[in-house]
Design a protein around this ligand. Structure first.
Ligand code: NDP
Ligand code: 2IT
Length: 445
């Protein structure tokens, strides 16, 4: 459709050198052709032109002093992308690869993901090109404090509520919350993913991984399948990967591989997920340390080759574009049944094409990994009232309901738009419709 191509061309022209952002916009726009045909008013109101332009983009300097006394400078970002459905909501990423284009792609995805949860949250994302690897606890704290010393003026429970992402877990959230509270002199939930002792929610830590597995389980169930005895390959070994693995095991699946940015582990008999969690979460070591206890387990240094391992279910949970068409072809040749995206945009467009054309069940990120942000919104809800913290069971049941609803919405929307079984199309269309209707009602702003 010429109109959609023009919108995409404008994005590329206006924001060159942001390939990941172009990729995420292209994927959504490609899915919207039948929607624009049914709703010509969206074109008249410039909904798409407004949607692809962030409402606000903040870029700031983060000076800090390392342990040797040397002054360091990093760049900080917060992209407040769309607030039609609620305050901006989305994580902060600390990784050397972070730049404006990466944050814009993540923020753009977040708009539709948050819409799919059905909760009142808009889309945003932020972070820094700071590399936490090898940094001491003191350095991490000073960096987080400097980051928040600028960010605090742009966030609040009513306007923008950050959380974690790659390189930002409970430790970093704690330091940032402390600095926010100190500067604002207000004890309020302007950030989620907090520790349980100071306003965090039970299940937030587990939420993205658990939610992914709940979603994939629904997808399997639609084909009369379950996780029982399925061999599951999981990339990454961070927050999302570790708790996806825990839930896979609870449902009877066998986790046979994990990776990190330097290697992958493979044991066809199944890996000890508790040990992997302790290595990565508590000891902050490389995954290869697993071999200290299990010298017989395979550990390969080319972590990208993880997709050549024969498996029934693949869960990419590390980073964007980590699974390309060559990897997808290997998975298909090895008989993979389902692929569920735990990371944001982990499969390249060509990989998705290979998987879908080969009849592999495909769970798209913006639907399948929405559990984390959904429980973040439940944390916001608890923070906004004086309440006894909700129990693990209560939050987990809500999470499961939300993921099942997202699955049902994606499946029904795909069917309504004559693309039965295409959950990616269903997610893009359903997420977009929720945002577009709110934008339409709120006028040209
Ligand atoms: P973590 O920092 O906890 O873990 C990231 C994992 O991926 C680590 O094992 C890391 O390896 C690996 N990794 C990171 N970058 C790369 C890279 N460039 N190449 C190879 N491996 C890499 O992050 P999360 O688990 O929180 O996030 C993982 C993915 O899930 C991201 O795409 C994130 O955006 C997405 N996500 C996260 C949510 C959350 O609630 N945390 C919610 C929804 C999506 P190493 O240990 O060597 O650094
Ligand atoms: O990509 C994501 O959804 C996240 N990193 C979680 C965002 C959040 O606000 O909890």
């Amino acid at each position: 459709m010429q109109y959609l191509e023009t919108v995409l061309d404008d994005v590329i022209q206006r924001s060159p050198n942001e390939p990941e952002f172009h990729q995420s916009v292209r994927e959504v726009l490609l899915a919207l052709e039948p929607v624009i045909e049914r709703h010509p008013e969206y074109q008249e109101l410039g909904i798409l032109e407004r949607l692809v332009e962030p409402e606000r983009q903040l870029i700031f300097r983060i000076p800090w002093v390392d342990d040797t006394g040397r002054t360091r400078v990093n760049r900080g970002f917060r992209v407040q992308f769309n607030s039609s459905l609620g305050p901006y909501k989305g994580g902060l990423r600390f990784h050397p690869s972070v730049n404006l284009g990466i944050i814009k792609f993540l923020g753009f995805e977040q708009i539709f993901k948050n819409a799919l949860t059905g909760l009142p949250i808009g889309g945003g994302k932020g972070g820094s090109d700071f590399n936490p690897e090898g940094r001491s606890d003191g350095e991490i704290m000073r960096f987080c404090q400097s980051f928040m010393t600028e960010l605090f003026r742009h966030i609040s429970p009513e306007s923008d509520v950050p959380a974690g992402d790659i390189g930002v877990g409970q430790r970093e959230i704690g330091y940032m919350f402390g600095q926010y509270k100190r500067i604002k002199n207000t004890y309020e939930g302007a950030i989620t993913g907090k520790g349980l002792s100071y306003g965090g929610s039970l299940v937030r830590k587990e939420a993205t991984g658990y939610g992914l597995v709940y979603f994939v389980n629904e997808m399997l169930r639609s084909q009369g399948e379950t996780f029982a005895d399925k061999r599951v390959v999981i990339s990454g070994s961070g927050n999302v990967a570790l708790y996806a693995a825990q839930k896979v095991q609870e449902l009877g699946g066998i986790v046979i591989a994990f990776s990190d940015s330097s290697s992958y582990l493979y044991d066809d008999r199944g890996l000890d997920c508790t040990l992997v969690r302790s290595i990565k979460e508590d000891r902050r070591q490389r995954i290869s340390a697993y071999r200290d206890d299990h010298p017989d387990v395979q550990c390969e240094t080319n972590h990208r080759d993880i997709w050549s391992i024969p498996c029934d279910i693949a869960l990419p949970c590390a980073t964007e574009n980590e699974l390309d068409d060559v990897a997808a072809r290997k998975l298909v040749d090895n008989g993979v049944l389902a692929v569920g995206e735990g990371a944001n945009m982990p499969c390249t467009p060509r990989a998705i094409d290979v998987l879908q054309k080969s009849g592999v069940l495909f769970a798209p990120a913006k639907a399948a990994n929405a559990g984390g942000v959904a429980v973040s919104a439940l944390e916001m809800s608890q923070n906004s009232q004086i309440t006894i913290p909700w129990s693990f069971e209560r939050v987990d049941t809500k999470l499961k309901d939300i993921m099942n609803n997202i699955y049902a919405k994606c499946a029904a929307t795909a069917q309504e738009y004559d693309q039965e079984g295409n959950l990616a199309a269903g997610a893009n269309i359903a997420g977009f419709l929720a945002v577009a209707e709110a934008m339409k009602a709120q006028g040209i702003i």
